[in-house]
Design a binder for this molecule. Structure first.
Ligand code: GLN
Length: 294
């Protein structure tokens, strides 16, 4: 009987350890009570599972996904730029940051037993924030590039994306070739910025802090085109009359989550969580909530 109770306490303590994100003070509070009464602890353990927003969080008890690798115990800090609908943006009604990335990040945090904290910063500050360890991950519709791979490690990819060209309805530009000698608006530090600068030269690129500002400049006739990711382009074009997206994409690319180089514990946890979210259909469900099939 006594032996049985000890193993029950241990099982609960192990489960609590898996549920905890890093070795937080909350974690030690949980294990303290585990030593006092197995039945109480067992109860609080099941509470912990049911109180996780996502019922699939129970999957973390499988033992494959833990909170290991986060910098601040108990919290998964995500750096993003919430100017990028439908991936991350401020919900008008209560200014909360919502979107595909925000929801996937929450689902990953749930599986890791972590609280999610979202930092809204400039897009070109996201990688520095990750390399300095201020944020655990950068998630911002971020395209995997060889250049970025020199500073950060990327998770498995979770979305196919492309850069598209937005022009005015009556524009003479009909394909990427038509951009030569034109002024192209981009969001600073994005792949649209990097590739347009490479292809057309610095003098032909106008940089904006927010993609929406580039699109507004196009509407006002200040620039000739905008190169930006397809899904935000669709949102911005819908919000501004007289604009269209060219049929031919400028590039195709893939989104992934950036973590500090060498943080394999965190990378493995994120990849394991992503794999579960892909396999059980959660990822598709989140995407279809924000993007309607064409
Ligand atoms: N996908 C683009 C990039 O990674 C743009 C991302 C963004 O603006 N949030 O550069």
């Amino acid at each position: 009987m006594k032996k049985k109770m000890i193993s029950a306490v241990m099982a609960v303590a192990v489960a609590a350890g898996l549920m905890a994100c890093g070795s937080s003070s909350a974690d030690s509070a949980v294990s303290t009570s585990a030593t006092s009464a197995a039945s109480v602890q067992a109860q609080s353990s099941s509470d912990a599972e049911t109180s996780s927003a996502d019922t699939s969080a129970a999957a973390s008890a499988s033992g494959t996904i833990t909170g290991d690798g986060v910098g601040t115990a108990g919290t998964l800090v995500m750096a993003t730029n919430a100017e990028f609908p439908p991936y991350e943006y401020h919900d008008g009604s209560n200014d909360e940051i919502v979107g595909i990335d925000a929801e996937i990040a929450q689902a990953i945090a749930d599986k890791m037993g972590c609280k999610l904290q979202i930092e809204d910063i400039a897009f070109d500050s996201i990688i520095p924030e990750v390399t300095s360890g201020k944020a655990d991950m950068g998630m911002a519709g971020m395209t995997v590039t060889d250049e970025r791979k020199k500073s950060v490690d990327f998770s498995d990819t979770y979305a196919e994306a492309s850069q598209v060209i937005i022009v005015k309805n009556d524009s003479a530009i009909t394909s990427p070739d038509g951009l030569k000698d034109k002024i192209i608006g981009v969001q600073t530090g994005t792949t649209g910025d990097i590739y347009a600068t490479d292809d057309f030269g610095d003098d032909h690129v106008e940089r904006y802090n927010k993609g929406m500002e580039a699109v507004q400049a196009l509407s006002q006739g200040k620039i000739d085109a905008v190169i930006i990711d397809r899904e935000p382009a669709k949102v911005f074009v819908a919000d501004n009359t007289g604009l269209k997206i060219l049929d031919q994409a400028y590039t195709t690319e893939q989104y992934a989550i950036a973590v500090e180089k060498g943080n394999t514990a965190l990378l493995n946890n994120i990849n394991a969580a992503l794999a579960e979210l892909k396999a059980d259909g959660t990822l598709d469900k989140i995407v279809s909530k924000y993007i309607t099939a064409e």
